[in-house]
Design a protein around this ligand. Structure first.
Ligand SMILES: [Zn+2]
Length: 285
């Protein structure tokens, strides 16, 4: 850990995008990792899909594992559960786990359109239950057809219009590439070229009060760093809608935010913990 990171121990930090039993991190190793970075707590997400389309590594991101980790470390892990909306008893399953203490719906990552009627039904239920929905949108390019999940950004806008009472947190390359207006032209999943104009995600984040985004994974970090100056402007403009999350077990996202005192305290506080806490606050109290 860098000296800079060591000096932030007085800052509150919530990682809104983590998984347990993922890349060799069981609950205790994950707590150790959070301790090293000075992260107070993490939202733990499942990944459930009934169509057998998950990569073998991800089969075990079950609600039972998330719940076990939460029970072992109740002050460190906040449990989320995105039941596959195609399950016949999806509502009942979600209700059962919400009664136990699940605080959000995530990570929603299934091989159907994001505005599929089954999914919309779940989003509406989440709106009624006060659960934020954290979703992944991917990119469908010829070289990565297996990553076809929750397409696409136009479908997202349909959902935002239809589910006004539900809070959504966007994540994934099919979201972040739209930081640039020329996203459709790019042949890369993670475009590295300069940002052109104001992308669709700026428009959506400003237009819909129920839409947020996490900066996690390679997709979030790439979008913010591909054009250093515009990335900083993006964060400064939209910090009230952005959440710190990693999906990873390193310090790159934190280093980005804390580098060279580039962001004001009010920006850092919002992104590092306040926005996350606000979205589930009424449930925690
Ligand atoms: Zn994830």
């Amino acid at each position: 850990m860098s000296t800079r990171l060591k000096s932030i121990k007085d800052r509150r930090i919530i990682d809104c995008h983590q998984h347990v039993n993922f890349h060799g991190y069981d609950a205790s190793r994950l707590v150790e990792h959070l301790d090293n970075l000075g992260v107070e707590r993490a939202w733990l997400h499942t990944w459930e899909s009934i169509d057998g389309s998950l990569e073998p590594d991800y089969q075990h991101l079950s609600i039972e594992k998330v719940w076990d980790a939460h029970e072992k470390y109740p002050d460190r892990f906040i449990p989320f559960y995105a039941v596959d909306p195609r399950r016949e008893d999806a509502e009942k399953r979600l209700g059962k786990w919400v009664d136990k203490g699940v605080k959000g719906y995530g990570e929603h990552k299934v091989r159907i359109r994001i505005d599929n009627p089954d999914s919309v039904r779940m989003y509406k239920l989440c709106g009624e239950l006060g659960l934020p929905v954290l979703f992944h949108i991917d990119v469908s390019l010829p070289d990565n057809p297996r990553f076809w999940y929750n397409m696409d950004i136009d479908g997202l806008e349909n959902v935002l219009k239809e589910c006004r009472k539900t809070v959504f947190i966007a994540h994934g390359p099919g979201w972040w590439r739209y930081i640039s207006k020329d996203a459709e032209k790019s042949k890369e999943v993670y475009p590295r070229d300069k940002i052109v104009g104001e992308g669709k995600i700026v428009e959506l984040l400003e237009k819909y009060s129920n839409l947020y985004a996490d900066i996690s994974a390679g997709s979030g970090l790439n979008a913010l760093t591909r054009d250093e100056e515009l990335g900083i402007k993006f964060v400064e403009r939209l910090y009230k809608k952005l959440l710190y999350g990693t999906d990873y077990h390193d310090s790159r996202h934190l280093e980005y935010l804390l580098k060279e005192n580039r962001f004001a305290d009010k920006v850092l506080d919002a992104v590092l913990w306040k926005n996350a806490e606000l979205l589930i606050k009424h449930q925690v109290e």
